[in-house]
Design a protein around this ligand. Structure first.
Ligand code: PEP
Ligand code: MG
Length: 916
């Protein structure tokens, strides 16, 4: 048997493919960076010779007490020979030294989270040798001091400030403003001083043996998989912890070897807007980190055409080639060494939500990818971000006029954020998580160590850095509004305040930032929900999503079940909500909570009269006052949803919710008695008595829903009359009203048998009176476990089911939906007792099992039973995926979540497509 292969040389991608089975497997094995470097090599893009040590080796190393697996190092040294051959240089040879970088690279890109060491192979001897070859002493010692500092920090764990202090001191002595002002001799001196730092901090000398340097750097990069910032990032980006990182040993090419050299980063499309133009920055005579660190002022990539025309032309061609090859927007890093272009990295570019949608739609419109691919490339979270609040143009104008704008910078990640400022990641995270504050983190620039603070913040403001700086890249990925490079902002960490143009803002004070315009304002600015209609690319994408879901046969289900994907309906109580829902793409109303209409000012007195009535006559009078109100509400709903089904739920809550609370009444009565006020006192006392008589120990399990209708049928009789009068009136006006009446909280078929027939009688009576005939349905919510357990029976009466997963979760777990979250549920989730909050995402093993059973047994009684969900879970992408799998017809959620749900429904349809 051949030995285990831990290392792949740049031209061994086919072997990696054979072993890993797929491109995804290759990325898993060699990491994204390694796989793409090898792929670029294969398609003829100039890449410096390299080899990759696999993620499997990393995992073996981490599992075995930080020991390389057997033969890994020998294979690495073997591969090094291949690199030496291809680069025509020799590692450690003073006459022709090969220098390499040691770069991390996991399957998913984790920008800057793990470590990298450059210029490995330099030591006192090879440095001298390089000076002879390059005749550029300054360049060589610059590279050498960078190696010592980077190696010292990354590999030896020395605080990088130790090196910075020495550098600052020497710069002061030599009166040098920038690093580039230091002479060759200064840098030589710096090298010695950096070596002294290593000796002082570690007690041993900076290792001179190049192989030893490479070995220690490899170990350090493997270990960096588990540093805190990388772990935090993986958690936030949902990257599994067991992937491990690969190590890439890559021949160094130097962008800092003169003015015919340079380095840069670019995206093949604008990562902020998605526009199809090359977007990037470069620096002449500079090394990689200089660009991303945002320390030197970079030039726009297009300006490179002037200074290095040949390399620029080749660069443009290569970026196009890469985008065509990967069929995705690419984020590349390159270096030009003495006029010669080298590509150091390509990967799918991170982008804002807006850019993600535009790029996906543009690429599908250009037939570059399919519509299905376009849909799959946009996440539900991205759609959610696009519907997040923004500042209105007028509001911003006003804030500017009022002189509230105190700074501006680069608009790095769009969106509006309002929060209190904090100056370090730990405080930002603490204030957000423990104090529940809205936080804006303000830093000179961010480093990978700051990610936890960035994730906890509503927004990020930095005084340094550009559009591709760390803060910008991370913020864009997580949809956090961000302004970078607001250079007028001076941060005084000691005083915990910032100052800009004479304005001082102290830690904890409010500011507002607009990541779309790059502005920062004092105080709080009002935010507004964006309009979907104006986001034409998103509208297009969601129409494609609907088309996919509407395709018959997309879902593989038993006979008589819907073979299309899920529809998205909305929970809407008022005509205005229904209109919004329709504009957002809802294809029906899955829940109208009628009792919400009872709370309106002019109706509540009638509702209370009805509840407190002493005779049937009094009750009927009060109800007949309410009927016209309900009828007109329903007419509005039918009109707004013309042609689509409207599910109206009959009254659900316990009646005491419509009356003042016992505590308030008691206080009022006592006050009146004490003050001797007689007027109105007997009525108040009577009301108090009634409220007391209605008291229940467990009202959520008490007289509500269908139970209330059994005990007091007059309310639902009025409601059904109002529904059918409204539908008939609308029908007569030409509106295609499709009423479905939903009975809440059924637990036993006899409850339905008791109430439903008399309601149907009323429906028929109204239709007869109005002389119109139309289709309608009577159905029930499934929100009590017993209803789910007897769903087969219940479906013999109910013509549709709608899962009320709020109550179903409450009653299946036995957790009070109103209290659990503030009592123990947070602890449960933190401690991992529950994987997720079951009130947000359906508990598929428990509650979900009841749901699945209900669908199966319900449909075995009534083949075409319509099944939906109207609990909060109806807008949660994972729950939607589940609803698709169990064969539901639709999900219903709040109007604002409809766009996200449409995308999630299409994702499920594509993922489980019967046609794949
Ligand atoms: C439910 O229980 O899921 C439901 C939609 O009803 P409500 O939230 O009104 O109880
Ligand atoms: Mg309910």
């Amino acid at each position: 048997m051949s030995e285990k292969k831990w290392v792949y040389l740049f031209d061994e991608i086919e072997e990696a493919e054979k072993y890993a089975g797929s491109w995804d497997g290759v990325r898993g094995l060699m990491g994204g960076k390694g796989a793409n470097l090898a792929e670029m090599t294969r398609i003829g893009v100039p890449v410096p010779p390299f080899f990759t040590i696999t993620t499997e080796a990393c995992n073996a190393f981490l599992a075995n007490d930080n020991q390389f697996p057997e033969r890994m190092w020998e294979q690495s040294l073997e591969a090094l020979k291949g690199v030496e051959k291809a680069s025509e240089k020799k590692f450690g040879d003073p006459n022709n030294p090969l220098l390499v970088s040691c770069r991390s690279g996991a399957k998913m890109s984790m920008p800057g989270m793990m470590d990298t060491v450059l210029n490995i192979g330099l030591n006192d001897e090879t440095a001298e040798g390089m000076v002879n070859i390059t005749e550029n002493e300054r360049f060589v010692y610059d590279a050498y001091r960078r190696l010592i500092a980077m190696f010292g920090a990354v590999v030896l764990g020395i605080n990088d400030e130790k090196f910075e202090e020495v550098l600052d001191k020497i710069k002061k002595e030599k009166k040098a403003e920038a690093d580039t002002d230091l002479s060759a001799d200064d840098l030589k001196e710096l090298v010695e001083k950096f070596k002294a730092v290593v000796k002082k901090e570690k007690g041993f000398d900076f290792p001179q043996d190049p192989v030893e340097q490479m070995r220690l750097a490899t170990e350090a990069v493997f270990s960096s998989w588990n540093v805190k910032r990388a772990v935090d990032y993986r958690k936030a980006a949902n990257i599994p912890d067991d992937l491990g990182t690969a190590v890439n040993i890559v021949t160094m090419v130097f962008g800092n070897s003169g003015w015919q050299s340079g380095t840069g980063v670019a995206f093949t499309r604008n990562p902020s807007t998605g526009e199809k133009v090359l977007f990037g920055e470069y620096l002449l005579n500079a090394q990689g980190e200089d660009v991303v660190a945002g320390i030197r002022n970079t030039q726009k990539i297009q300006e490179m055409e002037e200074v290095l025309p040949k390399a620029y032309k080749q660069f443009v061609e290569i970026t196009q080639k890469l985008e065509n090859h990967y069929k995705e927007m690419q984020d590349v890093e390159f270096t030009i060494e003495n006029g010669r272009l080298w590509m150091l990295q390509t990967r799918n570019g991170k982008r804002t939500a807006k850019a993600a949608v535009k790029i996906a739609v543009d690429m599908a419109n250009d037939d570059f990818i399919t519509k299905q691919e376009a849909i799959s490339r946009v996440t539900a979270t991205q759609v959610d971000t696009l519907l997040h609040p923004q500042f209105l143009g007028d509001t911003l104008m006003k804030a500017r006029d009022e002189g509230k704008q105190f700074a501006s910078g680069v608009n790095a990640s769009p969106g509006a954020a309002v929060g209190r400022i904090y100056f370090d990641a730990d405080t930002a995270e603490r204030m957000a998580n423990e104090e529940n504050q809205d936080v804006i983190m303000v830093r000179p620039f961010t480093k990978p160590d700051d990610v936890h603070g960035m994730l906890a913040s509503k927004g990020i403001l930095t005084s340094e850095g550009g559009a591709t700086s760390h803060a910008a890249v991370v913020a864009r990925q997580f949809g956090v509004p961000c302004v970078v490079g607001a250079s007028m902002v001076k941060i005084d960490i000691e005083k915990r305040q910032l100052e800009a143009d004479g304005v001082v803002v102290k830690e904890g004070e409010w500011i507002s930032i607009d990541g779309g315009t790059g502005e920062a304002f004092l105080g709080k600015i009002e935010v507004t929900a964006p309009s979907l209609e104006e986001q034409t690319d998103l509208m297009t994408l969601l129409t494609w999503a609907d088309d996919i879901c509407a395709e018959p046969g997309i879902r593989d289900v038993p006979d008589g079940w819907p073979t299309t994907g899920l529809q998205v309906w909305a929970n809407a109580d008022y005509p205005a909500d229904a209109r919004r829902a329709r504009a957002y793409g809802a294809k029906g109303i899955g829940l109208c909570r009628t009792e919400h209409m009872f709370f309106e000012q002019e109706r509540l007195p009638s509702v209370q009269r009805m509840i407190l009535a002493n005779s049937d006559k009094e009750r009927e009078d009060a109800l007949s006052d309410l009927l016209p109100h309900q009828r007109s509400d329903f007419e509005g709903l039918f009109e707004a949803m013309d042609g689509y089904p409207v599910i109206i739920r009959l009254i659900d809550p316990p009646l005491h919710e419509f009356l003042p609370s016992e505590e308030v009444l008691l206080e009022e009565v006592i006050t009146m008695r004490v003050k001797g006020e007689k007027k109105g006192l007997p009525e108040k006392e009577a009301l108090l008595e009634s409220v007391r008589s209605m008291h229940e120990s467990n009202p959520m399990m008490g007289l509500r829903g269908i139970r209330l209708s059994v005990v007091m049928p007059q309310i639902v009789e009025m409601q059904v009359r109002a529904i059918f009068e409204a539908a008939a009136n609308m029908r007569l006006k030409g509106v295609d009203a499709k009423p479905e009446v939903m009975i809440p909280l059924t637990g036993h078929i006899n409850e339905l048998n008791h109430i439903q027939p008399r309601l149907i009688e009323i429906a028929k009576e109204v239709m007869e009176q109005k002389k119109v005939d139309f289709e309608y349905k009577f159905g029930t919510m499934i929100e009590i476990p017993r209803a789910a357990l007897t769903a087969g029976e219940i479906a013999s009466v109910a013509e549709f089911f709608s899962f009320g997963t709020n109550d179903l979760t409450q009653m299946t777990f036995g957790y009070s939906r109103d209290d659990a979250e503030r009592n123990f549920l947070v602890t449960y989730i933190e401690e991992g007792i529950l994987p997720r909050n079951p009130f947000q995402s359906v508990d598929q093993d428990g509650v979900g099992r009841l749901m699945k059973m209900s669908v199966d047994e319900g449909r075995s009684t009534r083949e075409n039973l319509e099944v939906g969900i109207c609990g909060e879970h109806g807008g949660d992408p994972d729950s939607i995926d589940f609803c698709h799998r169990i064969g539901q017809n639709y999900v219903s959620c709040s109007p604002f979540r409809v766009p996200v749900a449409r995308l999630a429904a299409a994702h499920a349809a594509i993922k489980y497509s019967a046609k794949r």
